[in-house]
Ligand binder design. Sequence first.
Ligand code: SAH
Length: 354
Amino acid sequence: MAVDIKSLNQQELEEFLVSLGEKSFRAKQIYQWLHVRHAAGFDEMSDISKKLKETLSQNCELTVLRKVQVQSSKVDGTRKYLFALADGNMVESVLMRYKHGNSVCISSQAGCRMGCRFCASTLDGLVRNLTPGELLDQIYQIQKDIKERVSHVVVMGTGEPLDNYENLLKFIFLLSDEHGLNISQRNITVSTCGIVPNMRRLAEEKLQITLALSLHAPSQEKRLKLMPIANKYDIQQVVEACRYYFEQTGRRITYEYSLVGGVNDSPEDAALLAELLQGQNCHINLIPVNPIKERDFVQPDSTAVSDFKNKLEKYGRNVTIRREMGRDIDGACGQLRKQFLLAADNLPALAGGE
Ligand code: SAH
């Protein structure tokens, strides 16, 4: 079977080249072509012999995503990309421009099997996991497109990253590798719906990435109505796993809370939420729900949103309201897989820049 060369770390690449009868130092050159210069094919690798290029193309598969569509916001420079994978599946990624740098939101799976009621990405179920190379190439292609460095990455697009654990982990190591794109782990955020065993596993890796937890409800009863994963892991277990993540890594958790009018936005909900997170060093990010046509969830009015925020602040919680980016391109995103954009106010917290 062809080797997925973009998913190998430098040591694996060395071993692979040696197995082909090549000198191991070639690994460094090829790794650079893949992860720094983002070569579109083996032919571009100008300091590699013709013979080695041929051997590589016979034995390897080189993941290069194809840009199918780009929508660009005139308001804030946000760009939404639709990429085709080699097998014809499509994924969506979003570039957001902030004063402190360019941030890319990537998809972790083609589709999703978590079934959150308010989410469009899960409506057609999971197609497959993305490989480490496919996770990386979303960022590489965007960087090539804008000819500027990407400094922050959020894994918050389609899919559940902790349902694709091994590939996610390889991806994080490759992305933060000093010989690759060298993005600081502190500038990487992974968002999960709360797969408890894998949150604990991730905590034990002792990485410096930020973990964002999609909470969306202050009680088990309410969470069950919105997120089927709550059947498997109780809200208390999830919050406990977040505490564990903080203990193990020293990294403050971001709780995401999508406000749905009449469902989870009452003053009692705010009080319960404050109590649930009592004593935790964390940050709460409120997101007025983005209504999808397949469900009848609505956004709370803006006073309900600010009342909710004020109430949490009264209890001493650290909270922001997510500002929507690329508002003017939202409506046009017909075929693009629906995605959620990150707020400028929220980014310093996500990036760990307290
Ligand atoms: N599976 C991961 C990451 C992808 S979803 C997770 O659950 O965290 C990214 C974020 O967008 C999650 O917080 C998710 O709950 C939220 N989200 C999904 N659909 C939404 C919608 N219609 N309105 C607001 N937020 C939504």
